[in-house]
Design a protein around this ligand. Structure first.
Ligand SMILES: Cc1ncc(COP(=O)(O)O)c(C=O)c1O
Ligand SMILES: N[C@@H](CCOP(=O)(O)O)C(=O)O
Length: 430
């Protein structure tokens, strides 16, 4: 499969090149040249298929013969070594729980798939690479866990100081080995800009052999689209299916939209946002206006300049009316998010995390006027946000052992300003 840049100023590249390059040199984002339509028989049989077989068929459309079948099946099986359960919260309202992986957030699937693909392609090489990643909380921990101890790979994580939860911070600052955490004076957008600036500095990119593990990288989006096929396999059929995606950088939603383009019969996608509502605001006004992010209780979605907007632009065509035909978008305050966590817990016993709560709200809003089956993505375990969730429900939240393990460890992070020069001096010392 060939990949083009959304800015169309650089040549098309293979899947391998696209995932090693991360960001194309013209500051666009890679997109598959053709989006393969899966045959009707696939969708007829999907309800009887195993998750690994579905995921393999989907991944093959993006990778084609660059990875042989046996190896790709191993990559998929190694990635998806935990469940993606669908839990009925209310009649016709389901949570797709994406937090059963090692770091308790949906990013585990993307990070593990990327790590395995990079490792497959570099198995014959001794060349060192540096994974540079910006995080508002969850990508960083998933990437740290997915790449920990990998030969010839250094991981450098940039996170906004004081703007992620305590457990998230422990998850990305306590592993040591080949993982370096940088606590940046600024917002997630400052961190993401530093990553992009580093990639656009060709000397720096070459010298440290930089690769991205953010959703900039196509090998993050391909596995995230498995979620949507899996949902359809379990729930799709006669009734219309709606999926609400709590969104920040819009990688997860873009993966869903790609799945729909491949033929997946999802009736409606809903972009559910916190106060950083750049895309819902675009749907309302027709103007895409990135702005400085504000802090919310769904901190991992505090993104003011969502990078995947340009991929959605390419999928829909740049007209806002095309977006409006494909996507609904809603935005919620912290107060609404907190009230929802409390109310749903009280009424059903189901504990939402703040991001899932935003997704739930968007789904319920859409379903006021639409009959069918609704799914919201539960993107992180509520225990990752103890300081937010416990006071809302006025109860202790049980912490899974794999999160508990991080709590006692010592934090090691390098404090820096949002300055490329300071980042370069860290890269130099690795
Ligand atoms: C828990 C959680 N929910 C939702 C999101 C938003 O996902 P995306 O950036 O793909 O829109 C993130 C961060 O990416 C997250 O960590
Ligand atoms: N919410 C993310 C922000 C980065 O998003 P990505 O999907 O582009 O990696 C986080 O938790 O770090």
């Amino acid at each position: 499969m060939k990949y083009y840049s959304t800015n169309k100023q650089v040549p098309e590249v293979s899947f391998e090149k696209a995932i090693f390059q991360g960001l194309p040199d013209d500051n666009g984002l890679y997109m598959p040249k053709t989006i393969t339509q899966l045959p009707r028989a696939f969708f007829e049989n999907i309800h009887d298929m195993e998750l690994h077989d579905i995921a393999y068929e989907v991944a093959k459309c993006y990778i084609e013969d660059e990875i042989p079948e046996e190896e790709l099946r191993k990559i998929v099986a190694g990635t998806l070594s935990f469940d993606l359960p669908l839990v009925e919260v209310e009649d016709n309202v389901y949570a797709l729980e994406l937090y059963h992986g090692p770091t308790c957030a949906f990013k585990d699937v993307g990070a593990r798939f990327l790590a395995r693909c990079l490792s497959y392609f570099s198995r014959q090489s001794d060349k060192k690479a540096t994974i540079l990643v910006a995080t508002s909380g969850d990508t960083g921990s998933a990437v740290a866990s997915g790449f920990l101890g990998m030969k010839n790979i250094n991981v450098v994580i940039l996170y906004p100081k004081g703007k992620i939860s305590k457990i998230q911070e422990q998850q990305l600052t306590t592993l040591g080995e080949n993982i370096t955490a940088c606590e940046v004076e600024g917002t997630f957008d400052d961190c993401q800009k530093m990553v992009k600036d580093a990639f656009l500095n060709l000397e720096l990119k070459e010298k440290y052999n930089l690769t991205s593990a953010n959703s900039i990288n196509m090998a993050r989006l391909v596995p995230q689209s498995f979620y949507y096929f899996w949902t359809y396999a379990m729930l799709g059929g006669d009734k219309d299916l709606y999926i609400s995606v709590p969104s920040g950088n819009y990688g997860n939603l873009t993966a869903g939209l790609l799945a729909k383009k491949m033929g997946l019969p999802i009736k409606q996608y809903i972009a559910s946002a916190n106060a950083n509502d750049i895309v819902p605001a675009y749907l309302r006004s027709g103007n895409f206006e990135p702005r400085r992010s504000v802090e919310t209780i769904s901190n991992a979605m505090d993104v003011g300049n969502p990078s995947n907007f340009y991929r959605m632009n390419d999928l829909f065509g740049a007209e806002v009316d095309n977006f409006r035909n494909e996507l609904k978008g809603y935005t919620y305050s912290d107060e609404q998010t907190a009230d929802t966590i409390k109310q749903v817990y009280g009424d059903t016993g189901y504990l939402l995390d703040p991001h899932g709560a935003v997704g739930y709200l968007g789904l319920k809003e859409y379903m006021k006027d639409h009959d069918g089956i609704g799914v919201f993505l539960e993107t992180a375990h509520p225990a990752k946000f103890l300081d937010v969730v416990e006071p809302i429900i006025d109860e202790k939240v049980e912490i899974p052992q794999r999160l508990q393990d991080y709590i006692e460890r010592e934090k090691v992070a390098i404090e820096i300003n949002a300055d490329l020069g300071q980042l370069e001096s860290i890269l130099e010392k690795l």
